[in-house]
Design a protein around this ligand. Structure first.
Ligand code: IYR
Length: 223
């Protein structure tokens, strides 16, 4: 008997593959993702805005609490805004690294990444994408809409964004300058939006290097 719905439903028939093809596709995708690395050395080579927009479209397909899609992505390409963001991020990071705001434990955890307060890449890259999380929605009459699972939802969307950029041969970094309230001001965002992650987007520099990190073995991530 047909299910009864009180809201519109449509058929959904995801593509199915024979088992060997499932495994081949799964392996290919895993190996593709395993080749992704966070990058801190970027080329200034231009990237079509369309690539960034496609990545945001991919992010916008993420599942979200009650399908509220509690995210906003601000795409920045003009040099003056990039410069302001770099200046503000570096001012905060100098207090972290040189003003003692990072705890010794935190410093120790970061040591292998050799990060520091200089964030040159924020100006080098052709694009910055700033993801904002909508803590709550706002109706046209100004009243608030409660949002559910905002962190989980926006985190998944950002994962999709990262995967989409990687699929296009682009690199990024999940940069979280701390604190990052300055992003709300520079991007002119309303009070219901909280800066979530700042993504520099571009090609990795031809001489880019990344820390020689090892991923946890499979056996260790299976609980
Ligand atoms: N936000 C700082 C520090 C930093 C923190 C973590 I956790 C990292 O994985 C990397 C950096 C910075 O951007 O340098």
């Amino acid at each position: 008997m047909a299910r009864q719905h009180s809201h519109p439903f449509v058929p959904y028939r995801p593509v199915r593959y024979p088992e060997p093809e499932m495994i081949a596709r799964g392996r290919e995708f895993y190996e593709h993702m395993d080749r992704r690395r966070s990058v801190r050395f970027f080329s200034d080579e231009p990237v079509p805005r369309e690539c960034v927009e496609l990545a945001v479209r991919a992010a916008n397909t993420a599942p979200s609490g009650a399908h509220q899609q509690p995210w906003k992505f601000v795409i920045i390409g003009d040099p003056e805004t990039k410069r302001r963001i770099r200046q503000a991020a570096e001012a905060e990071e100098r207090q972290n690294y040189e003003g003692g705001r990072l705890t010794p434990e935190w410093r120790e955890a970061l040591a292998p990444l050799e990060t520091g307060p200089d964030k040159e890449y924020l100006e080098t890259v052709p694009w910055l994408v700033v993801c904002f999380a909508e803590k709550y929605g706002v109706r046209p009459d100004g009243t608030r809409v409660k949002h559910y699972y905002v962190n989980e939802s926006v985190g998944i969307a950002c994962g999709f964004l990262i995967a989409a950029l990687h699929a296009m041969g682009l690199s990024t970094l999940t940069h979280t300058p701390n604190p990052m309230a300055f992003l709300s001001e520079i991007c002119g965002r309303p009070g219901n939006e909280r800066p979530y992650i700042l993504f520099p987007v571009g090609y990795a520099a031809p001489d880019a290097e990344v820390p020689d990190l090892v991923r946890k073995p499979f056996s260790e991530v299976i609980g």
